[in-house]
Ligand binder design. Structure first.
Ligand SMILES: [Zn+2]
Ligand SMILES: [Zn+2]
Length: 139
């Protein structure tokens, strides 16, 4: 467990303080995450009671999760199902630079320009959706 990282959006209108959390990330290449992130989602999780957000955040409801962003500069901030853990975009936290990637999903949907090397768990769309039947991919 790690503690004490601070993140912010590009324009600085939103700042985020995260307390105790796991210092590791997951990646997703599904079409929703690809469009929202620009190519591939890479996030770490934190419990709601460890998170303090300052600034006015906009929310986009994307079927399986709420996606938060800065309404001023457009920075993608986090995904969350209400009441559940936050999934923060790792790149907005300078202190999370060395967090390893431990799992990657929708690998068969990954763009050639964004494939991750290294030892970590990998799941295809079929693998992942078999384990999470409420999720149906959209193109
Ligand atoms: Zn901003
Ligand atoms: Zn996804």
């Amino acid at each position: 467990m790690a503690q004490g990282v601070e993140g912010r959006c590009l324009c600085g209108a939103i700042t985020i303080e995260v307390g105790i959390h796991r210092a590791e990330t997951g990646a997703c290449h599904c079409a929703r995450c690809r469009r929202w992130s620009g190519v591939a989602l890479n996030v770490f999780t934190a419990a709601p009671d460890q998170v303090t957000v300052t600034g006015e955040v906009a929310i986009y409801e994307s079927e399986i999760a709420e996606r938060a962003f800065c309404p001023r500069c457009g920075t993608s901030l986090w995904l969350q199902n209400p009441g559940e853990d936050y999934e923060f975009m790792v790149g907005i936290f300078d202190g999370a630079k060395d967090y390893p990637l431990i799992s990657e999903i929708y690998i068969d949907r990954a763009f050639a320009s964004c494939r991750f090397a290294g030892e970590h768990t990998r799941s295809t769309q079929a693998d992942y959706e078999a384990k999470h039947p409420h999720i149906a991919e959209v193109d």
